[in-house]
Design a protein around this ligand. Structure first.
Ligand code: GLY
Length: 427
């Protein structure tokens, strides 16, 4: 089978690595890919945002299946464009992907599905929003409606911060059309998990819950990033909670999307917050998470290709529960100095060779570029060093030991990835 993966980050490296292990995959391509992906797939010089270019290339090459990684191409309608040309594609249509690309769309679906989420109000007018938040006691949350590269959500802790956020979004228009409308919602207080599930729009096949580390600095301090590390499974989601999340969140959301004329196929990612032991949806994403995908796929034993094709062909109910390798998987992201604001680029990476070929450690590349004399940094998040261990302590130890083999000028990583799990599970 000839497959094209769209994207070029750590998530797509994990997808290509996993797909490359599938016996049915004969040719693997990735657009645009990165230096790590190039070891498993042929990188194609096309950006996922070039919808026409990707579709034209896939048709010319007679690709059998396209797997879309990031949200950008979904928001631009890549899945719809592929289907119009008769190409098989994994991911939701543009309209259904609004579950991620519009906070208001997501809230309406959740209302329809009676999914637990924070109460909210929506605004387009600064004066109205200002008057409303004037009557609120912080903390509360303001979110721009559209896609804002992870920067559109503000946790408001003082009245001044609230005023500033409303001004930035509705008056200064720093997010353009994505900030024409916003929501103000109740602040949910608790611990977070990422809940990813495959779906064909009728059935769902859950993956293991995972936990991301979004803030830049240890102790969850500093600005938000795309994610500085992740691990799976999580000690605070047991089988009972897992069943509850499926029953009260994932399944009703898929049903409500179908009822709303937005049948959903691909991966549905629920960002779940546990407040006083009850799960609430913070947000949905319309794709695999990054970096959650790296530890999840490293731990997955089942072949991923039959699952993906079953989603595309609408027969996911035929697929058995996913089998997992024993233990815990932890991914530590190494970023460039200056990330997330202004990451440095072009630094030679040392130490990658020492970690090659290990069954328990895998270095997934994100912002990397190969040159004749080695691999160089080319983005904010550079590598996702992922390890499998028997316990949280073992996996964390292995991941950081592997991180210590890597060196490039200005490299930065959090030193507390997985610490919450270690404290909660005590192993
Ligand atoms: N790790 C957060 C995300 O994928 O959006």
């Amino acid at each position: 089978m000839k497959i094209l993966v769209v994207g070029g980050g750590g998530r797509e490296h994990a997808l290509c690595w996993k797909l490359s292990r599938s016996p049915a995959v004969t040719d693997l391509f990735c657009a645009p890919g990165n230096a790590g992906i190039a070891e498993f797939a042929t990188c194609v010089g096309l950006d996922g945002g070039d919808v026409e270019g990707v579709v034209r290339w896939a048709r010319l090459e007679h690709v059998d299946l396209i797997v879309v990684g990031p949200e950008g191409p979904l928001a631009l309608g890549l899945v719809d464009a592929c289907e119009r040309e008769g190409l098989a594609v994994f991911g939701p249509h543009q309209y259904a992907a609004q579950i991620e690309t519009s906070k208001i769309f997501a809230k309406k679906i959740m209302e329809r599905a009676h999914v637990p989420t924070a109460e909210y109000r929506r605004f387009t007018d600064y004066a109205e929003a200002h008057a409303y938040v004037g009557g609120l006691a912080p903390p509360y949350v303001i979110k721009a409606d559209g896609l804002c590269a992870g920067k559109g959500a503000y946790v408001i802790r003082t009245a001044d911060e609230g005023e500033q956020a409303l001004k930035e979004i509705l008056v200064d228009g720093i997010f353009g059309d994505a900030g024409k409308e916003l929501i103000v919602e109740r602040f949910l207080n608790g611990i977070e998990a990422s809940y990813l599930a495959f779906t064909d729009g009728k059935s769902i096949l859950p993956m293991l819950p995972s936990q991301d580390h979004k803030p830049l600095l240890d102790g969850d301090e500093g600005p938000n990033t795309g994610g500085m590390g992740a691990y799976t499974p999580v000690p605070f989601v047991d089988d009972t909670m897992d069943a509850r999340i499926n029953r009260s969140i994932m399944r009703p959301t898929i049903e409500a999307l179908a009822e709303a004329g937005a049948p959903y196929s691909g991966v549905l990612y629920g960002g779940i917050l546990f407040e006083d032991g009850a799960p609430y949806v913070l947000e949905f994403n319309a794709r695999f998470g990054d970096p959650e995908t790296q530890p999840i796929l490293f731990k997955m034993e089942s072949d991923i290709l039959p699952i993906i094709t079953a989603c595309v062909e609408g027969r996911l109910s035929e697929i058995e529960a996913i089998r997992w390798r024993k233990g815990v998987a932890v991914c530590v992201v190494i970023a460039s100095r200056g990330y997330p604001e202004k990451p440095e680029k072009g630094k030679l990476i040392h130490g990658l060779e020492d970690l090659r070929g290990r069954e328990d450690v895998m270095v997934f590349h994100a912002g990397t570029k190969a040159d004749t004399d080695g691999v160089y940094t080319s983005g904010g998040r550079v590598l996702g060093v992922t390890a499998l261990g028997e316990t949280y302590a073992d996996a964390i130890h292995k991941a950081y030991e592997a991180v210590s083999c890597i060196d490039f000028e200005g490299m930065y990583f959090r030193r507390d990835i997985g610490k919450k799990a270690l404290l909660l599970s005590n192993k």
